[in-house]
Design a protein around this ligand. Structure first.
Ligand code: COA
Length: 145
């Protein structure tokens, strides 16, 4: 298994894999493509024998980073890959000068919540009806200093 940076030609497989995100606010091909115009964005993919099986993205602005997304292909979940992607993003944030990382997660998303808690994030506050279907988000925070 290989963890590497996103390449422009990954956009199609990434947007195909994103269809396994069953939420209302999944990323489109366009959203993935726009990341390449954003110098603050850093993305990693996990490849298994040439197939992309997971990915994550983070933006870093000054001393603060935001985790934008993490997804692992369904048949590879619960095997430690999500945690591996998360730790790669934390490393990228640190290498680009971030002192703190924030993210938003659906309050019902137990797998993601547990993954973030296990990797040192803490819940700080809720954002009511943050998502387009009305679900609340929990804002989570990790200090890197
Ligand atoms: C969230 C997600 C990325 C986790 O990926 P993963 O590869 O399954 O995660 P890991 O195997 O590294 O698990 C890390 C920890 O998360 C928790 N976890 C993961 N899946 C879980 C599940 N289905 N139920 C409960 N806890 C779970 C466990 O605490 C696990 O640690 P453990 O195995 O030592 O118990 C994956 O479920 C996914 O792609 N979900 C859809 C997209 C999504 O919701 N992304 C997050 C948006 S904020």
């Amino acid at each position: 298994m290989l963890v590497r940076d996103w390449k422009f030609e990954d956009i199609l497989p990434l947007s195909e894999l994103e269809k396994q995100c069953f939420f209302t606010d999944c990323w489109s091909y366009r959203t993935f493509a726009d990341c390449f115009d954003n110098p603050s964005f850093h993305g990693v993919v996990v490849e298994d024998e040439g197939e992309i099986i997971g990915y994550g993205g983070i933006t870093v602005a000054a001393d603060s980073a935001d985790i934008e997304n993490i997804l692992v292909a369904e048949r590879y979940r619960k095997g430690g890959i999500g945690g591996r992607i998360l730790r790669s993003l934390i490393k990228l944030a640190r290498a680009n000068g971030a002192q703190k990382i924030f993210l938003e997660v659906r309050v019902s998303n137990t797998p993601a919540l547990k993954m973030y808690l296990k990797n040192g994030f803490n819940g700080v506050y809720a954002r009511n009806r943050y998502y387009s279907d009305g679900e609340d988000a929990l804002v989570m925070y990790l200090s890197l200093s």
